[in-house]
Structures are given as structure tokens and as C-alpha cells.
Design a protein around this ligand. Structure first.
Ligand SMILES: [Zn+2]
Length: 450
């Protein structure tokens, strides 16, 4: 017997939008009936023609609590996620203090999130030069994989790894099935760095200071390691399209390689970014339109597996909003809340339907984080994590509509399609009619509690 039935004429289930009643009990979808079917004394919510979609899974976000909560905390990050139709967030290990690199720091993360998880959260552990021996402890605790930087991370406590460190880490990971995620930029001295330092307000100089070659070299190194260790490797936030042929070859060879890109690479392009507008600064950078067109094509062909926000917030002062100094500004895009709507806005323009969107934002990230059997689809037996939204409505994104801690986002002032009406996590509405509902009910994915 369900405790709740959610109905719409457009439910995304079995690969298509169709009329359905979604039966929910105890946080689980117990049935999907292809008709309008009420039951006596059971709560029935009729969403008419709105789209009911699997909750979006954002496999790449930075929640800076504990330690840098003034940048972003669990409360604001997960409320903002729910407002954007996201029901699961996977947090990166480097922006809190302490950084998540051993079992103790992981416990501190979990503790900090108590009563503030308004959507489900999972955690990546960090691989840094000194901690290969902490990998098994972190895995035992329940991290979903490990993140490493091939260049300076921006956080001194989270140093980048060398090829030797990567090998040590991969030896530990081999056989566990858990992925190693890599920030792919291999820096080297070049003229563009000096030129950028002299022209710190120029986006063109910033872009040239972080060339595609840095990213290409790093991705190629990770592909070689993937080939050598035959263990899952994931390229986060791919920005350089030049390395796509290498990725194609690796995938054709059957290597366990996965790739994500971000909405900002798909939505914006460098030709339209004004100088001194530090909201657009991220690393690797947002590149030229022609490059980004190739990223789109790679996403469309399945070469890029999914889209994740890489929401990486900082206060306006650290983002250098007033000064416009790109050299000094924190590199990171604020806009996790726009993952669904920004991706949809561009996808819609390119003639995509909901099948593609579900693959890029729900099914493929669910598989990647190891929860493909319980999340990412609206089917019997799956978790009742759902978003109800109107994909046809368009509006200009306002600062006050962003619920993250700092709203200095490049999406402010931009026209977006798609408005979230309700977000259900484990069958309970975290957002209802655009307002906050049931809070503090998000689970920790994979956490063993030991
Ligand atoms: Zn990131």
C-alpha cells in the first residue's frame, strides 16, 4: 500500500514521457502505473502537465564545511540543490578544513553535515602525496572514490600529486572498482603566464595562460595510467576538445575511462566573456565557441558521459568581484543550482529531448557513483528522488533566486528555460511550489558508520 501517489501526464519513465501514477512508500517507488490511479485514503498529488523527472545527480560540487563555511555550507548548498531539482550531491574533498584525506577528516565532514543535509550527499576522498595508506580506511568508511589534482588545487592543504603518487594510489584502488577522479592540467612555464600577470583583468590573457596543451597532456597521462592499471579513471570537467580523439581511442579499446563536462563549458564561450568579470573564472577555463561546440558533439555521441556542475563558490571578496582582477580571483563557478536548467536551455535549442537529458543528468551519473540500481530512474524499486518541473517556462535568472551562500554567478541575468516546482528526496518534498518543505532528511550515500 503506497503512502503517497504522484501523478502527471508527463512522467519520464521507461525512456519516455508518459502519463503515469508513481506509487511511493517508505522512500521507495513501489509501482509505476500508466494511468491516473488514485486509492482511497492515500495522498494523491496531481501535477497535471508538469514533467516528473528522476532527481538530478550532481557528481561534482564543493561544499566547504567544515572550516570554510563562509564560502559555502551544507545548509545553503543542499537547499540550493533542491531548488534546482538536484536530489543527490557528491562533495569534493579539498575545500573544507580539514580536507577529506583520512578517516578522521571524513568523520568530521559527516558530523558537520548533520541536520543540514536537505538532499542526499556522498563524498569523494582525496588522494594527495602523503596518504596512499589512508585509502583503505576511507573506502571502509564509505567514500565513493578518490580525487587527485595534477596541478596546484588552489588549497595549500590539498597538494597535487606526481606520477609516482598516482601509481601508489592506483595500486591501492586496483580491484576495488572505485574510480580515481583527476583534475587534468599539467602546468609548465610559458609566455602566457607572464602576459597574464601583466594583464590581470583580461579574460583573453587568462585563457591563454591555461592552454589546452596543459589539459591534453594531463588527460593523456591519465589514459596511460588507466591502460596500465585497468582500473576506473574519471576525467572531471573536461574543457579542451583537442583531447577528444585520445578519449575516443581509449574508450574504443575498452578502457574503464569516464568523462564529465560542466554546464558552463556548454552554455558560455570565451568570445562573449567581458574583461574583469571574475564570475566566469574557473579552471580549466571556459574556452572558444568552436571548442565548446565540439564538447557538445562529444556529449551527444556519448564520448562525454555526463554533466556535473563543479559548483565551486567563494565570497565576493575572494572572487574579486569589485576589483575585477582575474589573476587574484578564486577560480570556480557559482551555479550548481542551474545544472538542470542551464543544460536543458542549451539542449533544447539543439533539439534534444528528455531521453538525452535523463542520461546526462540522472542515469549516467547514478551509474558512475555506483548507485545505478537505486537512483537515476523512475521505476519500481528505485528511490523516490524526483523533480517536478515546467520545461517550457522561461525567465531571467535573478540573484535572489539562487539559494547558495554567494550568488555572484554568471547565470544571473541570463535567460533560462525550466522552472522547478517540487523536489522530492526519499518521497518527501524538500521544495514544494518553489518554497522549502521537509528539511534535514538527506542520507549519506555509502556511509558505513564505522
Ligand atoms: Zn571542482
Amino acid at each position: 500500500m503506497p503512502s503517497k501517489i504522484i501523478y502527471s501526464q508527463r512522467v519520464f519513465t521507461n525512456g519516455a514521457l508518459q502519463e503515469a501514477s508513481v506509487y511511493i512508500n517508505d522512500g521507495i517507488i513501489t509501482d509505476v502505473l500508466f494511468e491516473k490511479k488514485q486509492l482511497p485514503a492515500v495522498e494523491f498529488i496531481d501535477y497535471g502537465n508538469l514533467v516528473i523527472f528522476p532527481g538530478v545527480i550532481d557528481a561534482h560540487i564543493h561544499i566547504n564545511e567544515p572550516g570554510r563555511t563562509e564560502w559555502e555550507g551544507f545548509d545553503s548548498a543542499t537547499k540550493s540543490a533542491a531548488k534546482g531539482g538536484i536530489t543527490t550531491l557528491i562533495d569534493m574533498p579539498l575545500n573544507s578544513s580539514p580536507v577529506t584525506i583520512d578517516a578522521d577528516s571524513f568523520d568530521k565532514k559527516i558530523e558537520a553535515s548533520h541536520h543540514q543535509r536537505h538532499v542526499h550527499c556522498g563524498f569523494w576522498g582525496g588522494l594527495v602525496p602523503s596518504n596512499a595508506h589512508d585509502i583503505s580506511g576511507l573506502l571502509h568508511k564509505g567514500v565513493l572514490g578518490f580525487k587527485a589534482f595534477l596541478t596546484h588545487s588552489g588549497i595549500d592543504e590539498f597538494p597535487n600529486v606526481t606520477a609516482v603518487d598516482l601509481r601508489n594510489g592506483l595500486k591501492q584502488l586496483k580491484g576495488t572498482g572505485m574510480p580515481l577522479l583527476a583534475h587534468c592540467e599539467l602546468d609548465s612555464e610559458h609566455k602566457g603566464l607572464v602576459a597574464f600577470e601583466k594583464n590581470p583583468y583580461s579574460y583573453k590573457h587568462f585563457l591563454q595562460s591555461r592552454p589546452k596543451a596543459w589539459e591534453n597532456d594531463a588527460v593523456r597521462q591519465m589514459i596511460a595510467l588507466c591502460r596500465e592499471f585497468e582500473t576506473p579513471i574519471h576525467i572531471v570537467h573536461l574543457s579542451s576538445a583537442e583531447v577528444l580523439p585520445d578519449i575516443l581511442r581509449a574508450k574504443e579499446d575498452g578502457l574503464p575511462l569516464t568523462v564529465e563536462t560542466c554546464p558552463h563549458y556548454l552554455f558560455f564561450h570565451s568570445e562573449q566573456i567581458p574583461d574583469s568579470d571574475t564570475r566566469y573564472k574557473c579552471t580549466p577555463p571556459i574556452r572558444e565557441q568552436a571548442n565548446n561546440e565540439q564538447l557538445w558533439q562529444a556529449l551527444e555521441s556519448g564520448l562525454i558521459d555526463f554533466v556535473a556542475s563543479d559548483h565551486s563558490p567563494a565570497p565576493e571578496t575572494i572572487k574579486e568581484i569589485q576589483s575585477g582582477n582575474l589573476w587574484e580571483a578564486w577560480g570556480g563557478i557559482i551555479g550548481g543550482q542551474c545544472l538542470l536548467t542551464a543544460t536543458w536551455t542549451k539542449a533544447k535549442q539543439r533539439g534534444h529531448q528528455f531521453e538525452d537529458l535523463a542520461k546526462w543528468l540522472c542515469e549516467n551519473p547514478a551509474n558512475f557513483i555506483g548507485f545505478g540500481q537505486s537512483k537515476g530512474k523512475i521505476e519500481k524499486g528505485y528511490d523516490a528522488d524526483l523533480v517536478v518541473w515546467d520545461p517550457e517556462v522561461s525567465y531571467e535568472m535573478k540573484k535572489e533566486s539562487l539559494w547558495c551562500r554567494h550568488a555572484c554567478s554568471p547565470y544571473v541575468g541570463v535567460e533560462l528555460f525550466g522552472e522547478v516546482v517540487a523536489t522530492f528526496c526519499g518521497g518527501e518534498a524538500v521544495v514544494e511550489n518553489g518554497e522549502l518543505g521537509h528539511l534535514g532528511r538527506g542520507r549519506v550515500l555509502g556511509f558505513t558508520g564505522e
